[in-house]
Design a protein around this ligand. Sequence first.
Ligand SMILES: O=c1ccn([C@@H]2O[C@H](COP(=O)(O)OP(=O)(O)O[C@H]3O[C@H](CO)[C@H](O)[C@H](O)[C@H]3O)[C@@H](O)[C@H]2O)c(=O)[nH]1
Length: 624
Amino acid sequence: MACTAEKLAELSLAGDEDWAAGVPNLQKNLRILSAEEIGLAKMLLHEGQKHLFEHWPEPGVGDEGKKSFFDQISRLNSSYPGGLVSYIENAKRLLTDSKAGKNPYDGFTPSVPSGEVLTFADDNFIMLEEAGIKEARKAAFVLVAGGLGERLGYKGIKLALPVETTTGRCFIQHYIETILAMQEASCRLAEGQCQVEIPLVIMTSDDTHAPTLKLLESNNYFGMKSTQVTLLKQEKVACLADNDARLALDPNDKYKIQTKPHGHGDVHALLYSSGVLNIWQRAGIRWVLFFQDTNGLLFKAIPASLGVSSTKGYHVNSLAVPRKAKEAIGGITKLTHADGRSMVINVEYNQLDPLLRASGHADGDVNCETGFSPFPGNINQLILELDPYIEELRRTKGAISEFVNPKYTDSTKTSFKSSTRLECMMQDYPKSLSPLARVGFTVMDTWLAYAPVKNNPEDAAKIPKGNPYHSATSGEMAIYRANSRILKKAGVRIADPIIDVFNGQEVEVWSRITWSPKWALTFNDVKRKLKDECSVSQRSTLVLNGQNVFLDNLSLDGTLIVNSIDEAEVRLMGSVQNKGWSLEHVDHKDNSIPEEIRIRGFKIQKVEQLELNYVEAGNFSFKP
Ligand SMILES: O=c1ccn([C@@H]2O[C@H](COP(=O)(O)OP(=O)(O)O[C@H]3O[C@H](CO)[C@H](O)[C@H](O)[C@H]3O)[C@@H](O)[C@H]2O)c(=O)[nH]1
């Protein structure tokens, strides 16, 4: 039952005058409540929530608090598919299962699914990248960015963190500029008229909404039209105090329910209820691409994986990378039920080990002979085909299978250490799909596709060597490594990396090479920009910021920065040598250094560089 305003008013008028008799402190206050509030109160009593009113004083005392209590209840009711009744009923069921130790995958046997495994730069990869760029004009992007990033502990929003500190471009800037470059490249490929604006939705939360909006507004949406960007704010859900799903009151405010985030799975209900999906459908959009807040490599994997979706006709395509056992990313798993049902789904990292142990794999989540878990690691980049997605959401209203993770005080599992809540994950969307849905996945190399920034320096330093740190240090180094490897594959002589330790993490340090998305989106773009033999030394920094910059027999040992407008065609030739930029070690505890720098463990010392700026149209050659 979804408790709409009409339904609540109806409830309030329904006979049975004594409905509040069991809660005298509520009954005394009925005369100050509106019809809608009475409807909500009835619903709460019906759902076993009378404790919420037991401390209420006489009418006239704390009436404002009572009103704000119902305002909050009304918000909690309307922001959950099916309303608070459904929330509480779902919570009771999941808490009972959790107490009984019921395995959500009971009856299912896990096995390794088969999917598309891509090899960077081979003919198939190049073909898929071209197909993906062509499809991009029919894509919409959805960035889930409501998370607080508790594990990273950074004070600001993660979208404002620099992807790398050579240019200092932040995550949201990088994402927007790449989407704009894809929009332009895709339109170029479409013969005839093409005036597409690829839409971007950003899911925020109370924790991230205001700073995200401020970041966008104060930077002119990083070049995107403000009308192209839609912010959808997710609401938190009510906390649960005990196994009977009694809602938890805030210890500091007896008229307030404690709330916590419901998880990134909210994105589906929000997209559905906001109506944007229908707008997109009418505009001819075919693909919805979901992504997370801090993966600076992600867009290197997007063209080819969108190509996979379009050539394979996948309704759901999850991006994956080889996974190290116990790594904090879910495993993509085929689950086959005793009754014959089967699905390919993400099994979250904390559930994979118990599931494997319970189904005859005594060692649980371990690496196989390849040195990796046999289950590909889900990086939570999903590509959904819009038409079947809308059809499914019309059925489910965007509700996603939920879970609860209470921390019990002891083995009797009768009370919790602190209140809990229901949670949901966006990658669980395929769980409710019919077996006929075409659900697939695409595996790419980690160095190309996945380098999130999730862990603070202390925790990252504790991660055993060889396992990914997922820190600001590794996230930035991964950008340089990927760009160096891509150029190397395209024929540039790139020096081998050195090993260094920053904030207790041992990493490979490659030449600091970065390019703007306009310079290259695909491997073919990169190859087109390289003429004749080029080389870059390990201590070098190269920043390419412009659409038509060509490296032609360039040899770099130092720092070279090139900025050029689209109408300028620039050829870089000869040998550039200077003192360049070096990496200076800094400690993450050194408060004299800005937080976004010290969490990396290094800062860039800009000693000497050559900076070239081309601001007029024309053909230019540079040779020192
Ligand atoms: O209520 C929330 C919680 C999170 N997020 C957003 O969701 C994304 C993912 O959040 P986390 O980084 O905290 O996610 P986890 O590391 O817990 O795990 C998720 O990301 C991993 C890959 O990075 C794996 O794919 C894993 O299976 C998946 O659940 C972030 O962009 C975050 O901002 C929200 O929008 N709202």
